[in-house]
Design a protein around this ligand. Structure first.
Ligand code: G4P
Length: 528
C-alpha cells in the first residue's frame, strides 16, 4: 500500500539559533499550538526535557545547557510535525550539524537586538551546504531592536541568503504595535502575553483605508504604507521554488515570549515547508515513496532514562514503513534485527509505536550495535551520504588512570565515539589514543561518562595540534611515504582512514603546498 498520504502530511524540521535568541520559547509556543502542552512555561521549567528528552546527565543540569538533541512530535491542523531540537551550546555544534541531516527544513531564530551572531553564521553554513530551505523568525520585537531594513540587509549579507518579508513590523520596543501580514493583507495588533489562538487580527486589503489610522495612529500608518509600497516593489510574491531550493528565506517578525507572530509563522510553515523528499545513498537515490523501509542513525543518546543503562539510537525514516517487531537489515553489521520497543516522542513522553513513515524519527533501544551513519534496510546494501564528521579543533591524549579498568575504558571510549560525542584517532606507530572535539565541554562530558557509566577513570593530556585533516591521494605510495615521514603527526580515525594532525595553520599550509599529490579534507563524510 502506498504511504503517499502519510508522507505528504509530514513536516520534519529543526529550530536553530544562537543561544538566547529564543529557540526554546518558540518551541514552546509551537507545542502550545499543536496541543502537545497546555501551559506556557512547561519547556522552560524543564518538565519536558526531564521526561522525554535531554537533561539526562548531572553535568547538563549543572551547566544549565541542553546537551542532547530531542525530538518532539505534534499535530497541527492535518499535519504531523516532527520538531528536532538541537543543543544551543557551541561545544555541541557537531551534534546540531548532524541533526540538520535528518530534517527537511529549518526555522532560524534571530534576536532583533543582536542581529546575526556567531552560531547563526555557522549553522547557516551547514544549511547552505545542503541547500536546506530556511524560514527566518526575527524575535524580540518587543525590545528596542535594530532598524528593520538594516537588519534585513545585515542578515542577507552575513548569511548569504536572499530574504523575503512575509510580515512587516510596526515599530519595535515599547512602541511596537504589531505586524502587517503582507500576504494575507491583515493587520495583527500586538498585545502582550496572549495565549495560543487568541489573536487580534483584522483584514485590511487597502492600506489607504482610514481604519488603519484609527488602529495605529496616522504617523505609524503612513510609515507602514511607505514601507509596504517599497517592499512590494522590491520583493513581489514569494516564489516557493526559490524557497525550496534554499535560495530565498521567507521572514517573519514577532515576539515568541508574547506568542506574537508565531501563528503566522506556523501557518505559512505547514503550507510551504517541504514534505519528506528523496535521498542520496552510496548506491542510488532512494525515493521517499518506495515500499521498502530505509533509514539512518543520526544521533545516539545514552541513558535517556537515568534508571537504565541503555542507549537510544535515533533513526530518520527515509522510505517505506517501519513496523514494530519486523526484521530489518543492519547494513554495516550485515545482520538482521527486530525492534520490539521502538519509541516515538511526543512532547511530554516517549511512547512505543507500531509503525512510522518517512520523515518520522524513531528511537530504537540499543545495546551497542549502532553507530552514527548506520543504515537499516529490508535487505539492500547502501548508506545514506552527506552525514558529516567535522575536523575537531581541540586534541587531547586519553590517559588511563586505573590499569585495572583498561577494558572498561576501551569499551567506554569506543561507545562514546560511536555516539558522536567526540572523534577518536590512533597515532601511527605509537598507539596513543587521541580524542578530538570541537569544544572543551565535551572533554568534561567524556570524563564524567567514562567514570559514571563504565567505571573507568581517565584524564586528558593536552596535545599541541590545531587541526585534523583527512588525507586522500591517487598515489597510494606518496600517501604512505608522507604518513611514514610525518609519523608524529599522523594517525588513523576509527574507520582506519589516514589523518594528518597539524600543529598550526602555518604547518598545515606548508604541507599542503609541499604535497600537491595529497588532498587535505576538513570534513569527512561518514559514507561517501
Ligand atoms: P534559546 O533557547 O534560544 O537559548 O532562548 P530562550 O528561548 O531560552 O530565550 C532566551 C531569553 O530570551 C529568555 O529570557 C526568554 O524569556 C527571552 N525571550 C524569548 N523570546 C522573547 C521575546 O519575544 N521578547 C523578549 N523580550 N524576550 C524573549 P531569560 O531571562 O534568559 O529566561 P526566562 O527567565 O525568561 O526564562
Amino acid at each position: 500500500m502506498s504511504n503517499t498520504k502519510e508522507i505528504s502530511r509530514r513536516r520534519t524540521f529543526a529550530i536553530i539559533s544562537h543561544p538566547d535568541a529564543g529557540k526554546t520559547t518558540l518551541t514552546e509556543k509551537f507545542l502550545l499550538f499543536g496541543g502537545a502542552i497546555q501551559t506556557a512555561g512547561a519547556v522552560k521549567s524543564n518538565k519536558i526535557k526531564k521526561h522525554a528528552t535531554s537533561d539526562f546527565m548531572e553535568i547538563e543540569r549543572q551547566r544549565g545547557i541542553s546537551v542532547a538533541t530531542s525530538v518532539m512530535t505534534f499535530e497541527y491542523q492535518d499535519y504531523l510535525i516532527n520538531l528536532l531540537d538541537t543543543p544551543g551550546h557551541k561545544d555541541f555544534a557537531e551534534d546540531t550539524y548532524r541533526t540538520l541531516t535528518a530534517v527537511d527544513s529549518v526555522v532560524l531564530v534571530i534576536d532583533s537586538v543582536n542581529g546575526v551572531e556567531e552560531q547563526t553564521r555557522r549553522l547557516m553554513e551547514v544549511c547552505r551546504m545542503r541547500n536546506t530551505p530556511v524560514i527566518v523568525f526575527i524575535n524580540k520585537m518587543d525590545r528596542d531592536g535594530k532598524n528593520r531594513f538594516d537588519l534585513l540587509e545585515e542578515i542577507e549579507k552575513e548569511l548569504k541568503i536572499q530574504l523575503h518579508p512575509m510580515t512587516w513590523p510596526i515599530n519595535s520596543g515599547k512602541d511596537f504595535k504589531g505586524v502587517y501580514n503582507l500576504d494575507a493583507k491583515s493587520l495583527l495588533l500586538f498585545t502582550a502575553n496572549t495565549k495560543a489562538n487568541e489573536e487580534d487580527s483584522m483584514f485590511i486589503e487597502n492600506l489607504n483605508d482610514s481604519v488603519l489610522n484609527d488602529k495605529i495612529g496616522e504617523k505609524d500608518a503612513n510609515t507602514l504604507r511607505e514601507d509596504v509600497e517599497l517592499i512590494d516593489g522590491v520583493y513581489g510574491k514569494l516564489n516557493s521554488e526559490d524557497y525550496l531550493s534554499g535560495n530565498v528565506a521567507p521572514v517573519f517578525f514577532g515576539s515568541a515570549i508574547n506568542n506574537f507572530g508565531v501563528k503566522e509563522l506556523l501557518d505559512t510553515f505547514i503550507k510551504v515547508a517541504p514534505k519528506p523528499l528523496d535521498r542520496e545513498t552510496s548506491k542510488r537515490v532512494v525515493h521517499v515513496d518506495e515500499n521498502k523501509l530505509s533509514g539512518f542513525v543520526f544521533k545516539i543518546h545514552a541513558n535517556l532514562d537515568p534508571r537504565h543503562r541503555d542507549r537510544i539510537a535515533f533513526i530518520r525514516v527515509c522510505s517505506g514503513k517501519f513496523e514494530r517487531n519486523k526484521y530489518y537489515h543492519h547494513v554495516r553489521l550485515d545482520k538482521d534485527f527486530r525492534f520490539s520497543n521502538p519509541y516515538s516522542f511526543m512532547a511530554r513522553s516517549k511512547d512505543i509505536i507500531e509503525d512510522a513513515y518517512p520523515g518520522d524519527v524513531i528511537g530504537l533501544f540499543d545495546t551497542g550495535n549502532f553507530k552514527i551513519g548506520d543504515t537499516l534496510t529490508e535487505g539492500e546494501n547502501f548508506y545514506f551520504t552527506g552525514i558529516p564528521s567535522f575536523s575537531p579543533e581541540i586534541f587531547k591524549e586519553l590517559v588511563n588512570k586505573d590499569p585495572m579498568k583498561t577494558k572498561q575504558l576501551e569499551k567506554g571510549i569506543t561507545q562514546l565515539t560511536d555516539e558522536g560525542v567526540a572523534q577518536l584517532f590512533t597515532q601511527f606507530g605509537g598507539n596513543k589514543k587521541i580524542i578530538g572535539c570541537v569544544g572543551e565541554l565535551q572533554f568534561e562530558v567524556i570524563q564524567y561518562r567514562l567514570l559514571h557509566e563504565y567505571g573507568a577513570a581517565a584524564e586528558f593530556r593536552v596535545l599541541p595540534f590545531y587541526k585534523a585533516c583527512w588525507l586522500t591521494s591517487n598515489d597510494q605510495k606518496k600517501l604512505e611515504e608522507f604518513l611514514r615521514f610525518k609519523q608524529q603527526n599522523s594517525a588513523e580515525d576509527k574507520d582506519g582512514n589516514p589523518v594528518y594532525l597539524a600543529q598550526s595553520e602555518w604547518f598545515l599550509n606548508t604541507e599542503i603546498t609541499n604535497n600537491p599529490d595529497l588532498q587535505f579534507h576538513f570534513t569527512s563524510e561518514i559514507h561517501k
